[in-house]
Design a protein around this ligand. Structure first.
Ligand code: NAP
Length: 535
């Protein structure tokens, strides 16, 4: 069993109680009282809290020092006294390894407190026997700066302590690859372990704790109550990352790119896995720009078949790097991907064979087809202005030119427009001329109009007049300023959400061999966007 532990604190005992109630309602099955983050708190407050927590939900007492990222700046003597006073009232005491190793006296005192099970206390004027379960010890080490050089020797030191029941190691991940090391600790340790990578790179270590048999992972009772950088909420863990359904067999999928924190792909794919009852989870893997970081991630992931990594979505800035990696490693690439020079999808088959595809291409074709009300076979001669020369423009231009459309590219940075047009045999014109071009179709492939700058448009309304159709690849918001202006002028329009959903559904089908649950994709993305746009 892997505990979903909610750290709680508060300036008053009532706040602490309220956060505990919130955590239990949200599905926590263990509670950590962070005394270092809590105002004055007595043994009676702790007894009262314990009575409201179901007996099968362990209560952990932690007094984290400021040296390890907590807020306790009292001395060690006071800290040990509080642990000894309150320890017998909880199920687990968290003691930092550094404090534990400081002196035999400290170890002896805490050891005695741990053994005081069945302890008799004076309560409400009569003697009361607290529950008689043994108290247990978590030895911990936190490094908020990076991976400690002593990671393995710390774990060894913890495991060597006869009283240590659980070893906890938490460090700030330098790259997403630190997660792999956390999983190795979980797999190899003879003791129950908590291994967590803090920060934005550590989401995988938090979510996959259950797959790799960790003692527990920490999740905030609600947004705003996080106690560490990168901590997810209980709701995120359970609804977005499918905690309740996870087991050792859960297959892993993910998105690689940077930045990816606001990507809707995890929402969309996890909802689809859920609705199609696929035992899989989809995670964000932030990988720094450049071929070498992409290659390092792929090589390290592929060297660990036990990760059960089965597929990846690829986004900015790695679509071209991913194609190069598959080329160099003998992966399977189709004609379209090679012509576009980029892939947005990798499938990892049994035995580690890699299959690379570009689902943006078909998605762009489908959206353009809807925008102009014609089948791609009738695109010949379609005069199209493409704004932008980045990743999306590449897929759009490839799709249009392959079907005979007459494409002109306009880009703020002109040399990118000229390079892209040379590659696909089409025209390019200066950005300043974008409003005077005559076209049957205008496609916005720039990020102008993207939330939060949603009031912007890449062209003024005077550049829009029917029968020109307008397709905006931006999908956040769904109704961009450009589309609103175009509709106001009577132009047929197509939003970017249809392209996003189409490419994501094609990824699902490539990975699972099953038909994508289209409605689940759409509902999950629309709900996530409504929430994001409100916040
Ligand atoms: P990218 O490779 O970074 O390209 C961004 C493009 O936007 C470049 O051409 C850039 O011009 C241009 N641009 C940025 N700011 C500009 C400004 N202020 N004025 C004029 N041009 C500007 O990004 P991408 O992957 O192509 O994505 C572009 C947009 O497409 C995203 O914002 C996203 O909303 C949308 N998108 C949609 C889907 C979908 O499935 N619907 C998928 C991916 C992306 P320079 O070359 O001059 O920098």
């Amino acid at each position: 069993m892997t505990y979903l532990i909610a750290p709680i604190s508060g300036s008053t005992p009532d706040d602490v109680q309220q956060h505990a109630d919130t955590a239990l309602t949200a599905g926590a099955n263990a509670i950590e009282l962070r005394l270092d983050l809590t105002g004055p708190y007595s043994a009676d407050d702790l007894r009262a809290l314990r009575r409201t927590i179901p007996s099968e939900v362990p209560l952990i007492l932690t007094i984290r020092s400021s040296a390890e990222g907590g807020a306790w700046d009292g001395g060690d003597d006071d800290r040990v006294s509080r642990l000894i006073e309150l320890g017998p009232l909880v199920d687990y005491i968290d003691v930092e390894l550094a404090l534990w190793l400081r002196s035999a006296n400290i170890r002896q005192k805490i050891g005695l407190a741990l053994r005081r099970a069945g302890h008799v206390s004076q309560h409400a004027g009569h003697e009361e026997i607290e529950d008689a379960r043994p108290r247990r010890l978590i030895l911990s080490r936190h490094d908020h700066a990076g991976r400690p050089a002593s990671l393995h020797s710390d774990l060894l030191a913890m495991c060597k302590e006869p009283l240590c029941d659980v070893a906890k190691l938490a460090w700030r991940a330098r790259t997403v690859r630190d997660n792999f090391e956390a999983f190795e600790l979980l797999r190899e340790s003879p003791r129950p372990v908590i291994a967590i990578c803090m920060g934005g790179h550590g989401v995988a270590s938090r979510v996959l704790a259950k797959k790799f048999g960790a003692f527990g992972t920490f999740s905030a009772p609600a947004a705003g109550l996080e106690t560490a950088v990168g901590q997810l909420t209980l709701v995120d863990m359970r609804t977005r990352y499918r905690w309740d359904d996870m087991d050792a067999q859960t297959a892993v999928y993910g998105l690689i790119g940077e930045p990816i924190a606001h990507s809707l792909s995890p929402v969309a794919h996890n909802a689809a896995f859920d609705s199609a009852h696929v035992n899989a989870v989809y995670l964000p893997f932030e990988v720094s720009p450049g071929y070498e970081p992409l290659k390092a991630f792929m090589v390290e992931a592929m060297a660990r078949p036990w990760l059960d990594l089965r597929g990846l979505s690829i986004t900015i800035p790695h679509k071209e790097n991913a194609l190069r990696f598959l080329r160099e490693s003998g992966g399977d690439l189709d004609e379209t991907s090679l012509r576009i020079g980029a892939i947005n999808t990798i499938r990892i088959d049994d035995g580690g064979r890699l299959v690379g595809r570009n689902t943006d291409y078909d998605a762009a074709l489908a959206s353009i087809s809807k925008a102009v009300g014609r089948d791609p076979s009738q695109f010949k001669g379609l005069r199209t202005s493409v704004l932008g020369a980045g990743g999306v423009a590449r897929a759009v231009v490839a799709a249009l030119t392959a079907h005979g459309a007459i494409v002109t590219i306009f880009n703020r940075t002109e040399n990118k427009a000229s390079a892209l047009s040379a590659e696909f045999g089409c025209r390019h014109r200066p950005w300043a001329e974008r409003e005077t071009a005559t076209a049957d179709l205008l496609v916005n492939c720039t990020s102008v109009g993207l939330w939060p700058a949603a009031s912007e448009s890449p062209v003024s309304p005077k550049a829009l007049s029917p029968p020109m159709a307008v397709f905006d690849t931006v999908y956040r918001p769904i109704q961009t300023r450009l589309l609103t202006d175009a509709r106001g002028k009577g132009c047929p329009t197509q939003d970017g959400l249809s392209m996003f959903l189409h490419q994501a559904q094609a990824q699902f089908e490539l990975w699972t061999g099953r038909q994508a649950p289209a409605e689940s994709f759409r509902t999950a993305v629309a709900a996530a966007m409504a929430t994001a746009l409100k916040s």
